[in-house]
Each structure stands twice: as C-alpha cells, then as structure tokens.
Design a protein around this ligand. Structure first.
Ligand code: ZN
Length: 65
C-alpha cells in the first residue's frame, strides 16, 4: 500500500483507492484518499530522482559484466 502526506491530518497516511495517474509533465503520481479522514491525497511517484532509484540496479549490472 502506498503512503502519502495528508494535508488534513498533517501526517503520513495510508492511501486508499489509490490509482496511478500520469501528469502533464510526464511524471507519474498516485491519487487516492486518506485512510483516516477520506480527503484526497496526491503523491508524486515519478520524480526525476525517485525514478532513478527505482529503475537503476547498479549492483546487479556490475555483477553480470
Ligand atoms: Zn487524513
């Protein structure tokens, strides 16, 4: 389950009904609801730095070479 910052609770909360959306600038985001208060949480997941961390497997790569 994804977690995001809820503006209403002022805390990190579990996102329910989370759907992945693609923003106009090509970044991915998760849109859903706070598990506690039900207000909308929008979390950017496809940021430039984030994506590198997820997609780059440096250790595995050097092993196979
Ligand atoms: Zn909340």
């Amino acid at each position: 389950m994804a977690e995001g910052y809820c503006n209403k609770c002022k805390l990190k909360k579990e996102i329910v009904d989370a759907v992945e959306v693609l923003m106009k600038n090509g970044r991915k985001a998760i849109k859903g609801k706070c598990s506690t208060c039900g207000s909308v949480i929008f979390k950017i997941t496809g940021g430039k730095t984030n994506q590198m961390k997820v997609d780059d497997p440096p250790q595995k790569f050097s092993d196979s070479l």
